[in-house]
Design a protein around this ligand. Structure first.
Ligand SMILES: Nc1ncnc2c1ncn2[C@@H]1O[C@H](COP(=O)(O)OP(=O)(O)OP(=O)(O)O)[C@@H](O)[C@H]1O
Ligand SMILES: [Mg+2]
Length: 282
């Protein structure tokens, strides 16, 4: 997918923002193009190139320090690349020229590893706040919700399976429910792309199964990018998998393809499997 020929083909046919809505796979919704990032001389990303189709569910794996979080930082505008571009809708928008707030408003939602819900507010209030602050109009915070906004909140509540906890204070929710609430807070903002960093860390098996269902359900309508170390979880949701190593793409393909790739086994999956065996033995 990220071959030179595919890149140059897209490069020639610069498109308007409307074009991707005409059909799937017309243009990449997100295109990290030859991005390099260094921190005080250390290269966290080196000519990283990655393309995402509209509606796909992409898993990103790789050893600690491979550059997965840095990649998300670049996409969301938190870190500016030294070189390279990040395009949205083919080449219609260059995200490296936008602020973090603008990128969020363009429809890139990010979920950090630790849930960042407002513990003292109820589930409903958290969703309401997320919806209104996204509009960037603080004065509207105290305005009543429109029926379209209320519908969006109820839809998100159903998707994240928290309809029964709508008036519960977020601080009283289980860990998994807090994570889902945070996903709900992104959903009410109607994102096109959802970046989710290590969503199942600290979850029970049941919560992991529910999260797998949730992310699969979100793909299609949204493009979902999941960074995760838990290989059982990745296997349960994986369609296309990208393996990062030392700030570059080491391999890309189906889970079976990357699992059987000698380079991937050497730098990542071999050590993961050995670690799991060790944990079992203890
Ligand atoms: N702000 C920073 N300043 C200096 N070095 C950084 C900074 N952010 C990241 N790095 C370094 O860049 C490299 C890539 O880090 P990154 O967090 O992107 O890796 P990762 O793939 O997300 O790892 P993990 O699986 O442990 O979360 C690491 O060596 C890290 O120490
Ligand atoms: Mg990380």
């Amino acid at each position: 997918m990220t071959t030179e020929s595919a890149s140059s083909e897209v490069r020639v046919h610069t498109v308007s923002p409307e074009l991707p809505r005409l059909g799937m796979n017309v243009q990449p919704i997100l295109w990290v193009d030859n991005v390099s990032v260094s921190f005080e001389g250390f290269k966290a990303l080196t000519n990283l190139t990655l393309q995402l189709d509209p509606g796909e569910l992409r898993c990103i794996i790789g050893p600690n320090g491979a550059g997965k979080t840095t990649m998300m930082d670049v996409i969301t505008g938190k870190t500016r690349p030294d070189t390279g571009r990040v395009y949205m809708f083919g080449q219609a928008l260059d995200l490296t020229e936008k602020s973090e707030a603008e990128i969020a408003r363009l429809g890139i939602g990010r979920k950090f590893q630790r849930p960042t819900v407002f513990e003292n507010l109820t589930v409903f209030e958290n969703l309401e706040l997320a919806l209104k602050t996204n509009k960037g109009v603080w004065s509207s915070l105290f305005a009543r919700l429109s029926s379209e906004q209320s519908d969006r909140i109820s839809q998100a509540l159903t998707t994240i399976n928290l309809t029964g906890r709508v008036h519960t204070q977020a601080g009283l929710l289980a860990h998994g429910q807090k994570q889902w609430l945070e996903i709900g807070m992104l959903l009410v903002q109607d994102p096109k792309v959802l970046l989710v960093d290590e969503p199942v860390a600290g979850m029970t098996h049941r919560e992991m199964d529910r999260t797998a269902e949730l992310l699969q359900q979100l793909a299609g309508e949204h493009t979902v990018v999941v960074v995760e170390h838990d290989m059982d979880f990745v296997r349960s949701i994986a369609k296309r998998v990208t393996v990062l190593h030392e700030g570059r793409v080491l391999a890309e393909g189906s889970m079976d393809e990357v699992q059987n790739d000698a380079k991937v086994i050497e730098v990542y999956l071999g050590s993961e499997a050995a670690q799991r065996e060790q944990e079992k033995a203890c």
